[in-house]
Design a protein around this ligand. Structure first.
Ligand code: PLP
Length: 362
């Protein structure tokens, strides 16, 4: 069916798979004979209990999450995790952060409120256009964890190799790459992701935390809601959760497993899709990618023309051609195409055809 939807290259909230939206549409007025929409449903009802349990079970299957990890659905989006992580994990009041761009900078600024932050590696010297070597970091013995932003949404870099934490707990912000490729959860202490980049509606974070990191001896100032234990003990139903987002995410988990065929298959599609755009950028004389080849994100692709004026002209022309949200983030300028899981390959091909045409005319 043609709904007149555009290819939406937004960094988030971003596209969701069309079959999922259609399924949601079909259940809008009466969810499976319950007589109501999920938005209208008690979070204590049997029907919703089933929805949240299925969502967790489907995510566990999709990511192959070991039994000694809890899966938590927490409100406050991604940003609240910048505070929850240090509040809950800083036992010795010291943590190591890798500085790779806008989102790790935000995490660093927040963590400094709660303890000592050691920046063990940074790519600031080259405008965050690469991932620094993290094979031999200087990590103090008593550091509580090593923190990375695994895919920098604004700068367009990603880790293809995890840092050597020398036995310390690894914490990762996976917001803009969550479920885009297989992930060995056992290598992490905590993974978190704001879901509106690659999964569902805004206002929800998924937290996957190793059980031994959940504490009941947090400082008294930590609000009850911001203790991971509160959510773990109540199976994410301590208070009214973001029921709607959990329901939508659950549908996407099922879709990735059953329709796409799991995360290996998703990764192959993402590689094919990103190659269409990167191959063009590598061959273009007008457009240039902003990131070194080996660290390029498959999700967020920032690129520039020779001038700011032309960047703006391309953005305007792209809107006229029916594309949405290609303007680069205000902090870095240029253009950016976010091509998450739900962006079809045809969307990227159409974008490249448009950019080729623009180049030919200029
Ligand atoms: C968007 C984003 C966030 C913040 O998410 P909000 O839900 O807007 O608070 C954090 N980290 C990364 C990598 C992001 O892309």
């Amino acid at each position: 069916m043609n709904y007149g939807r555009t290819f939406n290259f937004s960094a988030g909230p971003a596209m969701m798979p069309e079959p999922v939206l259609e399924e949601i549409q079909g259940e809008m007025m009466n969810y499976r004979g319950s007589g109501m929409c999920v938005m209208e449903m008690s979070h204590r009802s049997k029907v919703f209990e089933q929805i949240i349990q299925d969502a967790e079970a489907d995510l566990r299957k999709l990511m192959n999450i070991p039994d000694n990890y809890k899966v938590l659905f927490i409100q406050g989006g991604g940003t609240l995790q910048f505070a929850m992580v240090p509040m809950n994990l800083m036992k010795n009041g010291k943590a190591v952060y890798i500085e790779t761009g806008s989102w790790s900078k935000k995490a660093i600024a927040e963590a400094k409120k709660y303890g000592e932050v050691i920046i063990a590696a940074s790519s600031k010297d080259k405008n965050f256009s690469y991932i620094p070597d993290c094979s031999d970091l200087d990590i103090p013995e008593d550091a509580d964890y090593v923190y990375i932003c695994e895919n920098e949404t604004i700068n367009g870099t990603t880790y293809f190799e995890l840092p050597n934490t020398k036995g310390h707990v690894l914490v990762s912000d996976q917001s803009s790459m969550f479920l885009s490729r297989p992930c060995d959860v056992s290598k992490y202490g905590l993974i978190w992701a704001g879901v509106q980049k690659n999964v569902g509606p805004a206002g929800l974070a998924v937290v996957i935390i190793r059980e031994d990191l959940i504490r009941d001896d947090l400082p008294a100032y930590v609000p009850t809601y911001l203790n991971y234990k509160t959510h773990a003990d109540a199976a994410s139903l301590y208070n009214t959760p973001n029921c709607w987002a959990i329901y939508c995410c659950g549908k996407v988990f099922k879709y990735l497993q059953n329709t796409i065929g799991g995360l290996e298959a998703m990764n192959r599609l993402n590689e094919e899709k990103a190659a269409v755009l990167y191959d063009f950028l590598d061959s273009s004389k007008l457009f240039k990618g902003a990131v070194v080849k080996k660290d390029r994100s498959l999700m967020n692709v920032p690129f520039v023309t020779p001038s700011k004026e032309m960047d703006a002209d391309v953005v305007a022309a792209s809107v006229a051609a029916g594309f949405s949200n290609l303007k680069g983030h205000k902090s870095v300028g240029g253009l950016r195409a976010s091509i998450y899981n739900a962006m079809p390959k045809e969307g990227v091909e159409a974008l490249v055809a448009f950019l080729k045409d623009y180049e030919a005319k200029h």
